[in-house]
Ligand binder design. Structure first.
Ligand code: COA
Length: 327
């Protein structure tokens, strides 16, 4: 494993004000609060306003980070916004966030790895800094999934919400945060979860709304509960660590039943698992930073705790990293 020289030095988050409850969804589609809670664990989710987009959410998450940790970001030299719901196809949401923050001379890119986006983003930040090329990287996971959710499809509209989280990653040779990583892609299964773009080739199989998320929930569920435990095992092996050395498991918050099943299969205690889905739903690339920030605010994560962050979903792709919390 390449020696990391990068440290996570601050975290922030933001969710839109408007709450969409399960009871409200009962008015839109044939569903009910009890079904949603028992099948997913989700109680409510946040919804961006008509004029609020991913760059606004990401920007607010960075402002929160700056205020809480007294951090300046004007010397940030790379902004990575992890999202599959950017404001525009171009410019990137990272470009827009850079402009809103007034940062000069920084790289700015969007990274699309759907629900695995944030862990990919942190992995990239570690690589850029540890290689010596960059010194200070902002990694933002932000989504406005409500804008690509089909509110006539009861199997998907109950799941998704909007929100964002941000972490600052800085050069620090003495106290690096990054221990190991594991990435994987199974593009041959991509038709099980997609959001239409320029090609309509996947729509031939399922003639559902275009520009909206289409999902074969059962197949994604089966894939996640079988492949994530295997990936987790590889991740631990890469770090030469065992599960009992991990203080907190932060899987992508898609569905509580899925998380329970992964914990059962890996024998990881569910009470040391962090998730953000109860009040925010599945916010794709934002679920992991939101879950960590909720735990940080509740003072549950301590300095030097070991965390497994494990993103998985659309692609189908997965990305896991082990970090040592250093704040
Ligand atoms: N309310 C009530 N009933 C619903 C419903 C809803 N919102 N959505 C589906 N149903 C019905 C189905 O029509 C089906 O009815 P039938 O038996 O009469 O055909 C029944 O509930 C069971 O459907 P199924 O799809 O097997 O449910 P499930 O237990 O697999 O739960 C998901 C559905 C979507 C919650 C679940 O598959 C899931 O969470 N998958 C993973 C999705 C995910 O995490 N994606 C993000 C990417 S990581």
């Amino acid at each position: 494993m390449h020696q990391s020289k990068a440290k996570i030095t601050a975290i922030g988050s933001y969710v839109p004000e408007h709450i969409m409850t399960n009871q409200y969804l009962e008015k839109l589609v044939d569903t009910n609060d009890e079904w949603i809670i028992s099948r997913t664990g989700i109680v409510e989710r946040r919804i961006a306003s008509e004029h609020e987009f991913t760059s606004d959410i990401g920007y607010n998450a960075v402002l929160d980070l700056m205020q809480r940790y007294n951090k300046a970001v004007d010397d940030v030299d790379m902004i990575i916004t992890c999202t599959f719901t950017p404001d525009f196809k171009t410019p990137s949401s990272a470009n827009l966030i850079q402009a809103k923050l007034g940062i000069k001379q920084s790289g700015a890119i969007d990274l699309n790895a759907a629900c695995a986006g944030f862990t990919y983003g942190l992995h990239m930040a570690n690589a850029l800094i540890s290689s010596g090329l960059h010194k200070k990287v902002l990694v933002i996971g932000a989504e406005t999934l409500s804008k690509v959710t089909d509110y006539t499809d009861r199997s998907t509209c109950i799941l998704f919400g909007d929100g964002g989280g941000a972490m600052l990653v800085e050069y620090d040779e003495q106290h690096p945060s990054f221990i190991s990583y594991h990435l994987d892609s199974e593009g041959e299964k991509s038709h099980n979860l997609y959001c239409s773009g320029l090609s309509s080739s996947m729509n031939e199989e399922q003639l559902l709304a275009t520009e909206k998320i289409v999902q074969n929930g059962r197949e994604v569920y089966k894939w996640a509960v079988s492949s994530v435990p295997k990936g987790l095992n590889t991740l631990l092996q890469n770090a030469n660590m065992t599960l009992d050395q991990i203080d907190w498991f932060v899987p992508h918050s898609a569905n509580l039943r899925m998380i329970e099943s992964i914990c059962e299969r890996t024998k990881f205690p569910i009470d040391h698992t962090l998730y953000s889905l109860v009040n925010y739903g599945n916010t794709s690339s934002a679920t992991i930073p939101l879950a960590i920030d909720l735990a940080v605010k509740e003072d549950r994560i301590k300095k030097d705790d070991h965390l497994v962050l494990y993103g998985f979903g659309g692609g189908l792709t997965q990305a896991g990293i082990i970090i040592k919390w250093a704040i």
